[in-house]
Structure formats: C-alpha cells, structure tokens
Design a protein around this ligand. Structure first.
Ligand code: NZQ
Ligand code: ZN
Length: 390
C-alpha cells in the first residue's frame, strides 16, 4: 500500500427533510451574505428552492441568486458568479443541484479569491490555494462533487472540458436528502449510477499491490450498486434504494475507497472529450467508454480483471483460461449498464468514426507523450479505445 493522507472535512447531514436545516448550517460555517447557485428548472419545480429560501430567511442569511447552470457547466456563468460575489461582497456559496451546479459553485469560489482568470486553474497554469466556503444541497447521486475536492468546467471557446482539484474547494457541508432525487428521470438516474460505478472502477484498476482493504471496499460499493440500482429504475420512489445509492455516490468519490493505491482516470479523461464535444451526459459517455477502455487494457493484468469478474459479477473462475473470465466480467458490466438504460455505442451519444481524430486532438497529448494510470496511453491508444466504443 502507498503512503497517503486522507482529509475529508465535509460535514454530511443525511436524510428526510434535512434541507430545512440549511439556514443554520450556512450560519454554522460563517456565511452571512451568500450566493444561492442552482441549475435549470428542477429545483424550483419541486419546491426545493422555496424551502431553501425560507430556511435562509429564518436564519437571517442575506442571499443573491444565480440560477441557470446547465449540465456540463460552462465558464460564462462562472464569470457572472465571480462578478456577483465581488460586487455584493458575498462570503459563502450555496450550491443547490447536482455535480454541474456544485462544480460551478467551486469554480466561482476559487475565482473570487484569485486576481487572474479562474480558467488558469483548469488549464493547469495555476493551482488553487484559496476559495470562498461552499455548501451543497445535492439533488442527484452521481458526480460525488458533494464530497470531493474536484471541479470540472467547460470553456465555451473550443468546448474544452477540463478539471481541477484542491482541498480548498471541498464543501464545508453537504445536505443529502435521498427523497430529493425521486423526481429524477430514469435516464438521469442511470447516468448517475454509471458515474458512481466508474468512480470506483477508476480506483479499482491499480498497479499497487497489497490493497485488500480498499479492493474489498470498492467491491462492496459496486455490489451495493448492482443490488440497489434496478430497484430505483423500477420504482423511482423507492426511498431506501435511493438512500443507499446516494451514500454510495459520496463514498465512491471522496476517496475513502481509493487511498493508498495508484489510480487511473483515463476513462474519465477520454469521456470528458465526448461530453465536451457532444454535450451528452457524463454518465452516458462513461457507459460507452469504460467497457471499451477495459477491453483495451485488460491484458495488462488479466488476474485483476478476473478478480473483478468473480467477486463483483459472480462469474465462475476459469483457471485454465483466466482471460475468458476477465472478458465475462467486462461483458457483465456492459450488460448491466444496458439493462438500466445506458447507451453502449459512440453513436448513441452523438459520436462517429470520423470525429475520432478530433476527440484525440482535443485530449491534447503531444507527440510521444503518454497519459499515466493503470496503463500509460498514447494518442494512438486513445484512438483505439474510441474505435472499440463504435
Ligand atoms: O438543471 P436542472 O433543472 O436541475 O436539471 C438537472 C440536469 O438537467 C437534472 N436534475 C438534477 N437533480 C434533479 C434533476 N432533475 C429532476 N430532479 C432532480 N432532483 O439532472 C441533470 C443533470 O445534472 P448534473 O448536475 O449535470 O448531473 P451530475 O451530478 O451527473 O453532474 C455532471 C457533471 O459533473 C462532472 C461531470 O463531468 C459533469 O460535468 N463531474 C464532476 C466531478 C467532481 N466534481 O468531483 C467528478 C465526476 O467524475 C464528473 O466528471
Ligand atoms: Zn465521473
């Protein structure tokens, strides 16, 4: 196992009607004049925003609103948010929504405390050191941004989707009420499920030896997702299944299942070019890319893929042909994703073969450069993975 530091300071408040505590929570973390940040219509329509405004008023928290964050959030609303915070001297950002709203809130939080262009953090020109405090009310179990120190934003100019990470943007608190996710369309629920499982897989496929505890934690989260997911697809109002999935989404990405081991994240990078270019849902893009990536890298460590097949998917180990078992595991994963309504091919998320050179170019590797992880990939390898996803 590798050395590690694990620091996850977010306070989580979980359960029914917990959003009504938001005013007190903002106060507890020092917010007095805040930015209330949200997405499209869903939070207004469900009555959630009304309850949030009420709770903030009851706690004498002054707030300025900025709605309209779209999925795969864009840089332009981040600039608007930074201006609003500076003009109104705001001291806290409350994100009400999914990963897109939370990531936009994190970008604003960093941008307010920085003299340059906030995009510097996403282009790799600068690393974030300071941010306004962020709190969240999560409405979709998916990205894990409610517990992560990451943020992903798309620059409109060139549709470049890029991420950054820093401890300074981990939310101070996150309110998780599974009932809030009951209004999600089945497709969006399934996209979230896929993203959660992908976050575990990016950590599971590692070159680090002797990581039995985190291996088993990863497998437990995946098994829980396999068990609970069909229940919410069949019955969107299944609170208990929603609750298990919501907590899995947090656990999958605050890194508790990934500490002490090298991780991959190439599937995420390869997917981000799809949701950047075609504006498809991140989870849908992952459903197409993850199995293709697995097929491409499998031979690097057949026994790890066979372990995944046996322990997670219940495949029978074929000791005379472990590759057969490994392939069965990948097929089981792909079939599971299809069974919850996820796409299987590039075409289903808007892609085609002739765009592959564009996607590879946007990925941005220079001549001779590789991207690290379980298997180091060249531009040609990335093109092969897109081809396997056709
Ligand atoms: O905008 P509204 O109207 O709220 O609709 C949203 C949006 O259309 C809808 N929705 C959310 N909660 C709902 C609801 N509809 C009905 N009822 C509810 N309760 O769902 C749609 C998708 O929302 P979004 O926030 O985009 O989903 P998600 O949480 O999957 O976030 C995706 C973004 O997170 C990034 C992705 O790349 C993508 O940009 N990621 C962020 C990560 C992080 N910060 O740690 C890690 C991830 O790997 C991921 O890359
Ligand atoms: Zn993800």
């Amino acid at each position: 196992m590798n050395n590690f530091t694990f620091y996850s300071p977010t306070k989580f408040v979980f359960g029914k009607e917990t959003e009504n505590q938001v005013g007190d929570m903002v106060k507890e973390f020092g917010g007095t004049k805040i930015l209330l940040h949200f997405g499209g219509k869903s939070a207004e329509k469900s009555g959630l925003l009304g309850r949030v405004r009420e709770s903030l008023k009851m706690s004498n928290i002054h707030f300025v609103e900025l709605g309209g964050v779209q999925p795969n959030p864009l840089d332009d609303i981040v600039y608007d948010g930074i201006d609003l915070c500076k003009k109104n001297n705001l001291d806290f950002i409350l994100a009400v929504g999914g990963g897109s709203v939370i990531d936009s809130a994190k970008a604003i939080a960093m941008g307010v405390c920085y003299d340059g262009d906030f995009w510097d953090f996403y282009s790799g020109k600068a690393s974030p050191k300071k941010a306004l405090p962020v709190g969240t009310i999560l409405t979709i179990a998916a990205a894990g941004s409610e517990g992560s120190g990451d943020s992903v934003i798309t620059k409109k100019d060139g549709m470049l989707k890029r991420g950054t990470g820093s401890e300074c943007i981990r939310p101070r608190f996150s309110i998780l009420n599974p009932a809030l996710t009951q209004t999600l369309p089945a497709y969006q629920t399934a996209c979230g499920i896929t993203d959660i499982m992908a976050h575990v897989c990016e950590r599971y496929f590692t070159n680090t030896k002797n990581v039995e505890t985190t291996d088993r934690l990863c497998e437990a989260v995946l098994l829980a997702m396999i068990n609970e997911s069909p229940k919410v697809i069949a019955n969107p109002n299944d609170y208990e299944a929603r609750a298990n999935i919501m907590w899995a989404g947090m656990v999958a990405h605050n890194n508790i299942v990934g500490v002490g081991r090298d991780q991959d994240w190439n599937s995420h990078g390869i997917e981000h070019e799809l949701s950047g270019l075609y504006d498809c849902a991140h989870g849908a893009g992952l459903a197409v890319i993850m199995p293709a990536w697995m097929k491409f890298v499998m031979k690097h460590d057949i026994m790890r893929f066979a372990q995944f097949a046996v322990r997670v998917w219940g495949c029978k180990m074929d000791f005379s042909n472990p590759e057969k078992t490994a392939r069965e595991g990948i097929e089981s994963f792909r079939n599971f994703l299809n069974s919850i309504g996820m796409p299987a091919t590039l075409a289903e998320v808007g892609g085609n073969e002739k765009d592959i050179p564009i996607l590879v170019k946007k990925f941005g590797l220079k001549e001779g450069e590789t991207t690290g992880g379980f298997v180091h990939l060249t531009s040609n390898d990335i093109a092969e993975i897109y081809k396997l996803a056709l």
